[in-house]
Design a protein around this ligand. Structure first.
Ligand SMILES: Cc1cc2nc3c(=O)[nH]c(=O)nc-3n(C[C@H](O)[C@H](O)[C@H](O)COP(=O)(O)O)c2cc1C
Length: 218
C-alpha cells in the first residue's frame, strides 16, 4: 500500500517538475509573430509604380517584424470581429494556406493566432521550385489550397477559385515587399508532386503557386 502511494506521489511530483519543460518545448514549435505595423509603408501609387519581380536574393534573413508584416499583408485577418482577411476569397472559404519555408524549417501561417506553427524542422527551400535561386531566398512561401474547405462544387471550380484567390494573396505580398525594399517573385515552376511529398500534404491539399522573398542581391 505504502509502495503504491509512494509511486503515485513520485509520478505527480515528476509531472509537476517536467511540465514547464514540456510546455516550453511546445512553445518552440511555433513562432509568435509581432503585431503588424499598419501605420507604415510607402504610398500605394508609388508602390504600384515600383512593383516588379526579383530573382537574385541575398542570404540576409527577414527580421521577425518584417516577416510578421508581410504575412499579415498577404493574408492576415484585418477585421478580427468577423475573421475576414486582407485578400478576398470565393464565398469567404479562405481555402488558401500559406506555408513558409526557411533555413530553420517549414511553418504554417496561423492567421487567427498570428503565429507560425512548425510543420517540419528541415530546410526544404530547394524543393520549393525548379529554379536555382529558390534555395538561396531566405523565405519561400508556398500557397496551398485546401479543397476540403471549399464545399461541394466541381473540382474545376475549386481549381479556378483557388488560383484566383492565390493571385490576390500573392499580389498583396508583392505590394508589401515593394514598399519594404524586399525582392520577390511568384512562381509556377514547381515540381508539385515532389514538394507535396516533402511537405506531407493530403491529396486534397493542392499547391497552387510559390513565392520567393528576400532582400535583393546587388
Ligand atoms: C502565375 C505566374 C507564374 C509565374 N511563374 C514564374 C516562375 O515559375 N518563375 C519565375 O521566375 N517567374 C515566374 N513568374 C513571374 C513572371 O515571370 C513575371 O511576373 C513576369 O515576367 C513580369 O515581370 P514583373 O513581375 O517584373 O512585372 C510568374 C508569374 C505569374 C503571374
Amino acid at each position: 500500500m505504502k509502495a503504491k502511494l509512494f509511486a503515485a506521489t513520485s509520478f505527480v511530483l515528476a509531472l509537476v517538475l517536467i511540465w514547464p519543460a514540456l510546455s516550453s518545448a511546445q512553445e518552440t514549435n511555433s513562432i509568435r509573430l509581432l503585431e503588424p505595423q499598419t501605420d507604415a509603408g510607402s504610398p500605394l501609387m508609388q508602390v504600384l509604380k515600383d512593383r516588379h519581380s526579383t530573382r537574385t536574393f541575398s542570404s540576409e534573413k527577414l527580421p521577425l517584424q518584417v516577416l510578421s508584416n508581410m504575412l499579415w499583408a498577404a493574408f492576415g485577418i484585418n477585421r478580427p470581429d468577423i475573421g475576414k482577411r486582407t485578400a478576398p476569397s470565393a464565398k469567404n472559404r479562405q481555402e488558401i494556406d500559406i506555408y513558409v519555408a526557411t533555413a530553420d524549417g517549414l511553418y504554417l501561417y496561423n492567421a487567427k493566432a498570428h503565429k507560425l506553427d512548425l510543420v517540419l524542422a528541415k530546410d526544404i527551400r530547394a524543393v520549393t521550385g525548379t529554379q536555382g535561386y529558390v534555395a538561396e531566398a531566405p523565405v519561400n512561401l508556398i500557397y496551398v489550397a485546401d479543397f476540403a474547405r471549399m464545399g461541394e462544387r466541381p473540382e474545376s471550380e475549386k481549381v479556378f477559385y483557388s488560383a484566383a484567390g492565390t493571385g490576390f494573396i500573392s499580389e498583396n505580398a508583392y505590394l508589401y515587399c515593394t514598399s519594404e525594399g524586399l525582392g520577390t517573385v511568384v512562381r509556377g515552376a514547381v515540381d508539385r508532386p515532389a514538394l507535396a511529398k516533402a511537405m506531407g500534404l493530403r491529396p486534397d491539399q493542392r499547391i497552387t503557386l510559390a513565392q520567393s522573398v528576400g532582400y535583393p542581391k546587388n
